[in-house]
Design a protein around this ligand. Structure first.
Ligand code: C2E
Ligand code: MG
Ligand code: MG
Ligand code: MG
Length: 287
């Protein structure tokens, strides 16, 4: 009896594993198809300056647009793309499209800041990363100081010495560097001091936690660390006015989150920029 239950269980696990493998393969095929047919596009989420109320930058976020016009978020395909290495090709598409869009908005006088593009670990580790970025900037005619790259603690900690080297090369070009999801990875403060960063992005998890005094103290501490290292600080995932007020008190200078805007298609983002430009008064809450 026990033996047959064991056998069933074995079959069950096997079946689940099989389903996962099939799903993974389907996603891999979909990504390959999407790369070939140009189904990957870029959405943009504004980063707002707390004091001036201006759009100081935006984050480029990849989306998969289905033939029927559905929008698929990266959570469902990035993990597979990371595994298969397709993330490198997706990353190239995102980088090129983001540079093109921002160049257009700069030329139209709609914007004068930086676009931040997420880099995966595999992309960051490419020996020809800097050459590739140089090529894209040249082809799109975008000045390097309009580009910012977001990398995570996990990415730089895979090989900190190599990472510092790459980071220095990127900085030498005038490209800004931000540490994404800060506080959720496993980099040490000793390393943080050595990384040539411009910005720390406080992970949404810490912003969600700001309803408690301990949570607010934590954010206070991260902002202080950033400022003591002469880094600017961005709060990610700000959804409420209450969070915004608290972050202002803690001297966090840049805000990104649904409170201002969800990530928008390029057309919608251009409209957002245009509306911002028309507005004389900063639309930010100031007490
Ligand atoms: P991330 O780089 O930390 O990007 C921020 C994510 O938080 C985005 O999700 C954004 O839509 C979401 N977000 C921003 N504000 C709020 C808010 O107020 N509330 C909530 N609930 N969410 C908010 P998204 O676009 O689904 O991207 C998820 C992750 O996928 C990104 O996290 C990044 O790690 C990865 N990713 C996105 N685009 C790319 C890309 O082009 N290349 C690479 N390598 N990774 C990417
Ligand atoms: Mg990011
Ligand atoms: Mg993040
Ligand atoms: Mg994240």
């Amino acid at each position: 009896h026990a033996k047959s239950a064991g056998a069933n269980r074995y079959l069950f696990f096997n079946d689940t594993m099989n389903k996962q493998a099939v799903k993974r393969l389907q996603i891999e095929n979909l990504i390959r198809h999407g790369l070939k047919e140009d189904y990957f596009t870029v959405y943009y989420q504004p980063k707002m300056d707390m004091l001036s109320g201006k759009v100081v930058g935006m984050e480029a976020l990849v989306r998969f647009i289905t033939p029927k016009g559905g929008v698929i978020s990266p959570g469902s395909f990035i993990p597979v793309a990371e595994e298969t290495g397709q993330i490198v090709d997706i990353g190239t598409v995102v980088l090129r499209k983001a540079c093109l869009d921002v160049k257009r908005w700069l030329d139209q006088g709609l914007f004068n800041g930086r676009v931040a593009v997420n880099l995966s670990a595999k992309q960051f580790m490419l020996p020809f990363l800097c050459d590739q970025i140089d090529d894209i900037l040249q082809q799109t005619n975008l000045a390097s100081y309009h580009l910012e790259l977001e990398i995570t603690e996990g990415t730089v900690m895979q090989s900190p010495t190599l990472a510092i080297d790459t980071m220095k090369k990127l900085r030498a070009r005038g490209i800004h560097l931000a540490m994404d999801d800060f506080g959720t990875g496993y980099s040490s403060l000793a390393y943080l001091k050595q990384f040539p960063l411009n910005t720390l992005k406080i992970d949404k998890a810490f912003i969600d936690d700001m309803s408690s005094a301990r949570g607010r103290n934590m954010v206070d501490t991260i902002v202080t660390i950033a400022h003591n290292l002469s880094l600017s600080v961005v709060a990610e995932g700000v959804e409420t006015l209450e969070q915004l007020e608290q972050l202002r008190k803690l001297r966090c200078e840049i805000i990104q989150g649904y409170y201002y805007s969800k990530p928008l298609s390029a057309d919608d983002f251009a409209a957002f920029l245009m509306a911002q430009k028309k507005q004389r008064q900063p639309q930010l809450y100031v007490s």
